[in-house]
Every structure is written in C-alpha cells, then in structure tokens.
Design a protein around this ligand. Structure first.
Ligand SMILES: *[C@@H]1O[C@H](CO)[C@@H](O)[C@H](O)[C@H]1NC(C)=O
Ligand SMILES: *[C@@H]1O[C@H](CO)[C@@H](O)[C@H](O)[C@H]1NC(C)=O
Ligand SMILES: *[C@@H]1O[C@H](CO)[C@@H](O)[C@H](O)[C@H]1NC(C)=O
Ligand SMILES: *[C@@H]1O[C@H](CO)[C@@H](O)[C@H](O)[C@H]1NC(C)=O
Length: 416
C-alpha cells in the first residue's frame, strides 16, 4: 500500500536529525561507548561478533535483543571489516536500533533465523532499523521472520486513512552502498523491507513471503532513494511486491517474480506534500503470477504535491493470470477512503512497454486511466501481447486521456 509509510519516515528523519544534533553537541561525554563499543574488547575476535558468544540463545524463546544490540555496538564501533554472525538457530528479538555511522564496514551474516517479538508494546517504530551506514552487507541463507500472523488483526488501515502503522521488518535509512542478498523475509507485521534515503543499494537473490491476504505486507518499498537494484528476487505477499515511491530515481528491477501480491507499482504518488519526482525506472525480465495487478503506476486524484513520473521502461515481462496486467491509475483510491475533486497534479510521461506477454484474468489487459487535466503522454507499446484467459469476453484496452503509440498487436485495440 505504501502510502502510510512516508509520514512515519519523515518523523523518523526529524528524530534522527535531533539525535545527530545532540550527539554532536555532547561528544565529550563519558558515555561515548554507547554509540559503538570497541571491537578489540573481545566480543568480536578477528572481526566476527558471534551473537551466541554475547549471550544470544537459538532456542526460539529466549530474548536475544541485548546480544544483538551489543553485537552492533561492537561491529559498528570497530575499524576495518566487522561481521555480526547470526549462527543457525532461532533467535527471538525485539526492535533493533542499528545506527551508524560506523568506524569500518559491517556485514550481518544471517545463517540462522531472527524472530520478531509479537509484543507490540516493545516497538517505537520498526523491527530492524539500520541507519546512516556506508558499505553495509546483509547476507546469508537465514530468515527474518516478522511473526506477523499474531498481529495482522490489529491492522486498521483498510478502515482508517491515518491508521496506526505496525512495525516494518527491515528498514534501511540513509544507507550508502549496501547489499542485501540471499536472505528470506517472512510474514512481516507491515512492510517487509523499506528503503528510505538510500543510495546505491543492491537487493539480490532474496525471497519475500507472506500470505496473499495479509494486510499491508508490501515486499520492498522504496522512497527518496537512487541507484536501487532489485535482482533475481522472488516476492509473494499481501500487498505490492515492489513499490517505488516518490523521490525514487535510477531504479533497476531485473529478474523478479511477483505473486501473490498487488504487482510491481510506482506510487502511490501525490499523497503527501513535497513529494519528489520518480524518474529512470527499468523493470526487465520479470514474471507476475496471479497478482491482482501487474505493472502499475498509481497516483491520488487529489494530490497534495506537484510531481512527475517519467522515463519508465518495462521490457520482457511475462504475465500469468494477472488481474490488471498493465495499469496506469491516476484516480487511485484504496478502500475508497480518499477525496476526489479531480485536482490531479501528478504528471506521467515517457513510459514504454516492450515485449509484455502472457495472460490476464480480467478482460482489461491494458488500462490507462489518466486525468483530463494532465493526460498521460509519451506512452509507447511495442509487442504487448496479453490475452484475457477467461471465457465469454474479449481482451480489451481501456484508455482515458492517454496518448499512446502502439506497434504490433496492440494496434487492433482502441488505445492508439
Ligand atoms: C538509536 O540509537 C542512536 C545511537 O545510539 C540513538 O541516538 C537513537 O536515539 C536511538 N533511537 C531509538 C529510536 O532508540
Ligand atoms: C540492472 O541490473 C542488471 C542485473 O544486475 C544489470 O545487468 C543491468 O545492467 C542493470 N541496468 C541498469 C540500467 O542499471
Ligand atoms: C520477450 O520476453 C520473454 C520473457 O518474458 C523472453 O523470453 C523473450 O526472449 C523476449 N523476446 C524478445 C524478442 O526479446
Ligand atoms: C466484458 O468485460 C467488460 C469489462 O470488464 C464488461 O463490462 C462486460 O460486461 C463483459 N462482457 C460480458 C459479455 O461479460
């Protein structure tokens, strides 16, 4: 769903600024060890901070928060390369505050499973939050299990526009140069991964899994970030597999499989003030399976900010029984709880679809629903071949206020 997150991220940004200011002003206080211990202290011999040597227990029941937090203090406070090792086992933990900047480079080696505490009173915000780190690596074959099933019933976002947000699982804020690889994100309480104000982050060979009907369990959301790549990743969740929020530029999605879920989305756009443009997005070699949407751009009709989404390229995408395989929805209004006076301020232009094939579970394989005030422009379709898979109807393209150049099979549809 993506919309609920920005306000929280803003608040967090402000909080981070306040914290940074305070930390800067009190540099000489005796408590400086709090921000990062010293790796030479013995907890990270040879640069490896094994959480079981710091008191963590892999029995799935003992609270290992303290060990995980201490491991960060040591790894982040040490120079050179330091690794937090999470060995095989199940480690129960509350929220983790992994704040940098760090003295050296930190790798989090996830061989075991982290289980998020189900006690919501422990959380001020997210579950695992990593802030202001350069050269961060999170890798391994382990799992970050948000244990969402026990709290999903407390999600009220389908009813309330400004709902209380449950903790996101893995949050990366202000990370420059990062890699998340190999791991599985399972059953987050809210979003599985949120990328905010990051630069040059690669997410690859990751698996994200939650039931198709779990609320707001977006796979990977990003905003105000550039140079984000998502490669060879399998996502099946209850909301957007990937959502590319305002302020995203130079985004590269390659080899992603999505489904169940709400598709690979740009947006939602226009919900908040001061949103920035989305530009240079490439989605290539992806497969969507039984998702409710395929390739989607969505914006609120009553947008609170003026912005543009442009230079968006989709290529070699396969649809298997997808609800709305191609949809630009400039009147987006989830759960019908927004206003719509038709005052759209969001521009969509230069969007190309090339070699999009497969099947649609609804007759409308293509829906371009743009606003009369700002029509969508520069939409091109080359070899778009998506067929309605049901009976008693034909494949359709519905276009409102969109200027489309179509070649190959879409010619016979009425968009061009
Ligand atoms: C996280 O840790 C940083 C640095 O130690 C601190 O400044 C900040 O207040 C902490 N944030 C929260 C939410 O506890
Ligand atoms: C996107 O990522 C793929 C896989 O790593 C790479 O081959 C491709 O060059 C990247 N494209 C852009 C535009 O960065
Ligand atoms: C079209 O995309 C499919 C993947 O969906 C790929 O296998 C095929 O080679 C592509 N065709 C061309 C002509 O690039
Ligand atoms: C075909 O699909 C369109 C669009 O969903 C719908 O309006 C129409 O009623 C359908 N026709 C039949 C015969 O079901």
């Amino acid at each position: 769903m993506a919309f609920t997150n920005n306000a929280m991220m803003r608040a967090l940004f402000l909080l981070a600024l306040v914290c940074a200011a305070q930390a800067g002003g009190k540099k000489d206080d005796a408590k400086k060890d709090d921000a990062g211990g010293d790796a030479k202290g013995g907890s990270c011999p040879d640069g490896t901070c094994d959480i079981t040597k710091l008191g963590a227990s892999g029995d799935g029941k003992t609270d290992s928060t303290k060990a995980l937090q201490e491991a960060w203090a040591s790894a982040c406070g040490g120079t050179g390369k330091n690794t937090i090792l999470i060995p095989k086992g199940d480690y129960l933990t509350g929220p983790l505050n992994y704040t940098g900047p760090c003295k050296g480079d930190v790798t989090i080696q996830v061989d075991g499973n982290l289980l998020a505490s189900t006690d919501l009173s422990l959380y001020k915000g997210n579950w695992i939050e990593i802030l202001r780190v350069e050269n961060l690596v999170i890798t391994g074959k382990g799992t970050l299990d948000g244990q969402g099933p026990s709290v999903w019933s407390k999600n009220s976002c389908a009813k309330k526009y400004d709902c209380k947000i449950l903790p996101n699982s893995l949050v990366l804020d202000f990370i420059t140069k990062g890699e998340v690889s190999g791991i599985t994100l399972l059953n987050s309480k809210f979003f599985h991964m949120n990328v905010f104000q990051c630069k040059d982050v690669v997410i690859k060979d990751v698996t994200v899994t939650a039931p198709g009907d779990s609320p707001n369990t977006d796979g990977i959301h990003m905003g105000d970030s550039s140079g984000i790549s998502i490669v060879n990743t399998v996502i099946g969740v209850g909301d957007d597999c990937i959502s590319i929020g305002p302020g995203s530029t130079k985004i590269n999605i390659t080899g992603v499989t999505c489904g169940p879920g709400h598709g690979i989305s740009i947006g939602s756009l226009g919900r908040y003030k001061d949103e920035k443009d989305v530009t240079d997005v490439s989605v290539k070699d992806c497969t969507l399976k039984k998702s409710t949407n395929g390739l989607r751009i969505k914006a609120y009709e009553d947008a609170a900010s003026v912005l543009t989404a442009s230079k968006i390229h989709y290529e070699n995408v396969k649809m298997e029984d997808v609800g709305n395989p191609i949809i630009i929805d400039m009147k987006y209004c989830p759960n019908k709880i927004c206003t719509s006076s038709g005052a759209s301020k969001v521009t969509v232009k230069d969007v190309s679809f090339k070699n999009i094939t497969g099947t649609s579970s609804t007759p409308e394989a293509v829906s371009l629903l743009c606003s009369d005030k700002i029509p969508c422009s520069g939409v091109t379709m080359d070899s778009v071949n998506v067929e309605y898979s049901g009976k008693n109807n034909k494949t359709m393209a519905v276009c409102k206020n969109a200027k489309v150049t179509a070649t190959a099979s879409l010619k016979e549809l009425e968009c061009a």
